[in-house]
Write a protein of this length. Structure first.
Length: 294
């Protein structure tokens, strides 16, 4: 399934209309900063998410020309844990594109929640934005509560190791920690849908790091890329690589009793099995996608 066609036609004229619509929804979203709005206990603001969704759709359909496979593997209702490889450096574009794929292409679209590393919440605008589009501070307690509320939740077990690796190590999944996401999934009888993302490694090819910018932003690192800082602020624009997102077959954990989560060997083996599935999905996706920018 290809999501590159937004249903619009007309060449340059349609692109101008699209750009104007994106600007309009951002203006409406930003005006709400000082107005009345409704959010849930996590800070998610559905009206805001709907307002900025055309911007996500522009990135999805036009900028990155995302191809999607297997989106129906995500249940249309009930709890589910979506586990993906992680890249894209500072801003979690991979989480946004996975959520956009589900909202745009699933026959039963759902807003997804994403566990976001704690240092992100130190960044004033980024933390405000992420909370309103479904970001949640990453910890096991929050994950368990979300699943008990039957939410679809995204986690990225590679953490900093995933989005912080150099370009020379792109698409090599890093260790999934101690497999805490598996423990929570077993205890809460939650299916796991592995997701293989191809394309996010090229948007900011990491050549080095700036310790000064990392200290200033509070980030675990700040990447130096072929375009930043050499092009100034323009260098922060992500490159228009072609993406492919594949939702793999779900991992059914219902056969395991809740107390199985206390078996570290079982948890580790399941975590490694899921990591290997994602790694094989990445290899397959790289072949299917072909060149990164053509």
């Amino acid at each position: 399934m290809t999501a590159g066609d937004s249903g619009r036609s007309g060449g340059i004229g349609s692109e101008v209309v699209w750009a104007n619509e994106v600007l309009d929804v951002w203006e409406r979203a930003l005006r709400r900063v000082t107005g009345e709005y409704t959010e849930d206990e996590w800070g998610f603001d559905e009206e805001f998410a709907e307002a900025v969704f055309p911007s996500f759709d522009f990135l999805f359909s036009k900028w990155w020309r995302v191809e999607v496979e297997g989106v129906r593997n995500v249940p249309g209702h009930g709890r589910v844990l979506i586990v993906a490889n992680h890249a894209g450096t500072i801003f979690p574009f991979d989480a946004i594109m996975i959520g956009t794929a589900i909202q745009k292409l699933h026959p039963l679209p759902r807003w997804t929640r994403a566990l976001v590393l704690n240092w992100v919440w130190q960044l004033p605008f980024v933390s405000w934005f992420m909370r309103r589009v479904g970001g949640i501070p990453a910890n096991p307690a929050n994950l368990e509560r979300l699943l008990q509320q039957d939410e679809p939740v995204m986690v990225f077990p590679e953490g900093v190791k995933g989005f912080g690796k150099p370009f020379s190590e792109r698409y090599r999944t890093q260790r999934f920690g101690r497999g805490g996401f598996v423990e929570v999934a077993i205890r809460n009888r939650t299916p796991i849908v592995p997701v293989a993302v191809v394309g996010s490694e090229e948007i900011y090819p990491k050549l080095g790091e700036s310790e000064l910018l990392a200290r200033l932003t509070g980030a675990p690192y700040f990447p130096l890329t072929p375009t930043f800082p050499f092009l100034g602020p323009a260098g922060l624009v992500p490159l228009p690589s072609r993406w492919r997102i594949e939702f793999l077959e779900p991992v059914d954990l219902s056969a395991y009793p809740p107390e199985a989560a206390d078996d570290p060997s079982l948890v580790f083996d399941l975590s490694e099995e899921i990591r290997e599935r994602i790694q094989q999905g990445i290899y397959h996706g790289l072949v299917e996608r072909g060149p990164a920018f053509i």
